[in-house]
Design a protein around this ligand. Structure first.
Ligand SMILES: C[S@@+](CC[C@H](N)C(=O)[O-])C[C@H]1O[C@@H](n2cnc3c(N)ncnc32)[C@H](O)[C@@H]1O
Length: 257
């Protein structure tokens, strides 16, 4: 069932972004986007240039979207299978720095029944894109503009996910977010933070890992082989990218409710 919906989502995603762009334009933008993320991270992110222009947005949605969806799904499955206490409860998933909405959607589609999802992001373009993702995957969801560290996590949130966003926060916002996540955990929400494996951009990692361990959580590193959809493989090949094994690090905490 979920596989069918993922296929529908990907078909609609391609139609949406290739309506006004050629494959070669998206490929060129993907090269620029991946170099902005990897090599020129600080300057590109500081002024939000990473998502400038239709080409880069399409590349972000078509390439990183499905990769992050599969990655978060695989990590969440492994973490929640590992212990009874970490069982996935249906309810409300809050996705901080939601981008195209894929991380929250990945978690929400793993619960039975499916969870409702709320995505929060500062970038206006992402919000419509996240709404599209929720709709295409048959999820009840909404997306709102907001800052991750200034978002009050609802008391009834069952799962909070932040994928590849904490490294984009300023130190003060990051500190606020950690306090808010600690409070949400105490109220019974599960929390999952996922970041790139490289610690160069996350000097705060050890401090956060210590805080998660203190809450009874865990820190993991992942190297996962995930079957990626054809559009990702085609874009990767044309852009000389190699997403064969997906790597990431995560922090996770889940207490019995
Ligand atoms: C690398 S993208 C990751 C998006 C998505 N979570 C995923 O896994 O595909 C980072 C996202 O965080 C958003 N972002 C950056 N700073 C933020 C902040 N202070 N509060 C909320 N979102 C933020 C960006 O606009 C962008 O959409």
């Amino acid at each position: 069932m979920i596989e069918v919906q993922v296929d529908d989502w990907l078909r609609e995603l391609e139609a949406r972004h290739f309506a006004n762009l050629r494959f070669s334009e998206v490929t060129r933008a993907l090269r620029a986007l991946s170099s902005a993320y990897v090599e020129r991270r600080e300057s590109a992110l500081a002024d939000h240039r990473a998502l400038d222009g239709a080409g880069k947005r399409a590349a972000f949605a078509l390439y990183y979207g499905p990769i992050h969806f599969e990655l978060i799904r695989a990590i969440t499955e492994r973490l929640t299978a590992a212990s009874d206490a970490a069982r996935l409860a249906p309810g409300l998933v809050l996705d901080l720095g939601c981008g195209t909405g894929v991380a929250g959607a990945a978690v929400a589609t793993l619960t039975t029944p499916r969870s409702r999802v709320v995505g929060i992001d500062t970038h206006p373009w992402t919000l419509d894109e996240a709404r599209f993702t929720y709709r295409a995957l048959g999820l009840q969801g909404e997306a709102r503009r907001g800052f991750a560290g200034r978002t009050r996590i609802p008391d009834h949130a069952t799962f909070v996910v932040g994928a590849f966003v904490v490294n984009e926060l300023k130190p003060a916002e990051r500190d606020d977010l950690l306090r808010e996540l600690q409070a949400a955990t105490a109220r019974g929400a599960a929390v999952l933070i996922v970041e790139p494996i490289s610690l160069r951009i996350s000097p705060w990692w050890e401090e956060w890992a210590a805080a998660f361990l203190l809450m009874g959580g865990r820190a993991d590193e992942w190297k996962l082989r995930v079957d990626l959809p054809p559009i990702v493989k085609r874009l990767a090949k044309a852009s000389s990218l190699r997403p064969d094994a997906l790597t990431a690090r995560s922090l996770f905490v889940s207490k019995p409710r």
